[in-house]
Design a protein around this ligand. Structure first.
Ligand code: DOR
Length: 436
């Protein structure tokens, strides 16, 4: 007897779209077919059943900044957004840069509503000076290393990190450039060039009199790291690419066989620097919102698969940190609960593409494809999301499950809602509500 039977669903996974029922037993998909019965039967007529979403870029703030988010509140936001796994960024306090802190995060995640996958810093304390104990961290299960929030500035240190990552790939069950190896995920930003820039350097920064950071601050580091990935055979993931020039370099590098993947955020795909015109710090984010031409290039890069994944860069901040002057405000905006609906509403992507860029590819990049990203088939863990692609709702930061409310989409009417999320066969979201 199955525990749950999901009936009459439009099933969308890597092998396309079909109608069917899915029976789940002991947390695993037991059968996919027609006219399945038994157990807790849930009718999904008119709804889409897809593999749970995977976010490569989530700030959960725990340990250290729990007034902005906790693993519990962030994972609830993730589940409500349709995510069954999130990669937690290491810019916590303390930094996730040792096996002990990885273990601490894992302990704090035992009651999370989705898989919380710790990434670790490339350098100790993210200070850019000394490599973190990468072998110890890989042995502790870490696959993604990043100093996110900053890029690693020193090219020699970055080269060494790539060499270590390539050398440690066997511990992670892969070869140097393979999908199952160790990944260096870079926040590409040259500090000296970004300076104190709080938005994109261009027409709007001039008009507003705010210090800008030029596109070149991102592009120079993308260029350097593509070269270093080529030199060392290490695997590179470019985080939140935001510039047309960056997309073009990644396109060329992929064609040349460099082991590189890339992500883009929903906000960089939808918003541009003109949104900063009202000096509202909710639009302050790193990398900054760029030009309309950059937005078009990011969309084209997603279409032609230069960019592999959409990642949220969910960055909760307290009112105190965000509701101040544009100059002083912390950079970053929420993403987990709005990402899917923003994508479905604003981008002209079919559902198979959405599943590819929000579930299949991120799961592969993070080495989570044994648990996430489908296919929806017998024997696979039941990490699933059910979406109503037609329902409309209005974003209201104050009602989001995140502990913070700094959404850049306040008041927007979005199309597409998460109805159910299942983790290992358990409803963590049912009928649009978190179950715990
Ligand atoms: O805007 C951002 N906020 N960009 C980052 O890279 C870090 C993040 C944060 O941690 O708030």
């Amino acid at each position: 007897m199955s525990d749950v039977v999901l009936k009459n669903a439009t099933i969308v996974d890597g092998s396309g779209s079909r109608q069917g029922d899915v029976a789940i037993r002991d947390g695993v998909i037991h059968e996919v077919g027609e006219k399945l019965g038994g157990g807790d039967t849930v009718d999904l007529d008119g709804l889409v059943l897809m593999p749970g979403l995977v976010d490569l870029h989530t700030h959960l703030r725990e340990p250290g900044d729990e007034e902005a988010e906790t693993i519990e509140t962030g994972s609830r936001a993730a589940a409500l957004g349709g995510y069954t796994a999130v990669v937690a960024m290491p810019n916590t306090n303390p930094t996730i840069d040792s096996a002990a802190v990885v273990e601490q995060v894992r302990r704090c995640s035992s009651r999370a509503l989705c898989d919380v996958v710790p990434s670790a810093a490339i350098t100790v304390g993210r200070n850019g000076e000394l490599l973190a104990p990468m072998a110890e961290l890989v042995r502790a299960g870490v696959r993604i290393f990043t100093d996110d929030g900053r890029g690693v500035q020193d090219p020699r240190l970055m080269r060494t990190a790539f060499e270590y990552a390539a050398g440690l790939a066997h511990l992670a069950g892969g070869t140097a450039g393979s999908a199952s190896g160790v990944v260096l995920a870079q926040h590409c930003e040259v500090d000296e060039l970004a300076g104190h820039g709080v938005m994109h350097e261009g027409e709007w920064s001039s008009r507003l009199g705010l210090p800008g950071q030029p596109a070149e601050a991102e592009e120079l580091m993308i260029h350097r790291d593509l070269a270093l990935a080529g030199l060392t055979g290490g695997r590179l993931h470019i985080q939140h690419v935001s510039t047309a020039g960056g997309v073009e370099m990644i396109r060329t590098a992929k064609a040349a066989g460099i082991a590189v993947t890339a992500e883009v955020t929903p906000h960089h795909l939808v918003l541009d620097h003109s949104h900063c015109a009202g000096f509202d710090p909710v639009f302050k984010v790193h990398p900054p919102l760029r030009t309309a031409a950059d937005v078009a290039a990011l969309r084209a890069g997603l279409q032609d698969q230069t960019i592999d994944a959409i990642a949220t860069d969910h960055a909760p901040h307290t009112q105190q940190a965000k509701e101040c002057s544009f100059l002083d405000a912390a950079p970053g905006m929420l993403g987990l609960e709005t990402a899917l609906a923003v994508v479905l509403t604003e981008l002209d992507l079919d559902l198979s593409t959405v599943v590819r860029v929000m579930s299949i590819n991120p799961a592969r990049i993070a080495g989570l494809d044994h648990r996430h990203g489908g296919p929806i088939a017998a024997g696979r863990p039941a990490n699933l999301t059910v979406v109503d692609p037609n329902v409309s709702w209005t974003v209201q930061g104050s009602t989001l499950a995140s502990r913070s409310s700094n959404t850049a989409f306040e008041g927007r009417v979005l199309r597409g809602g998460v109805i159910h999320t299942l983790c290992d066969g358990e409803f963590v979201v049912r009928d649009g509500e978190a179950t715990r």
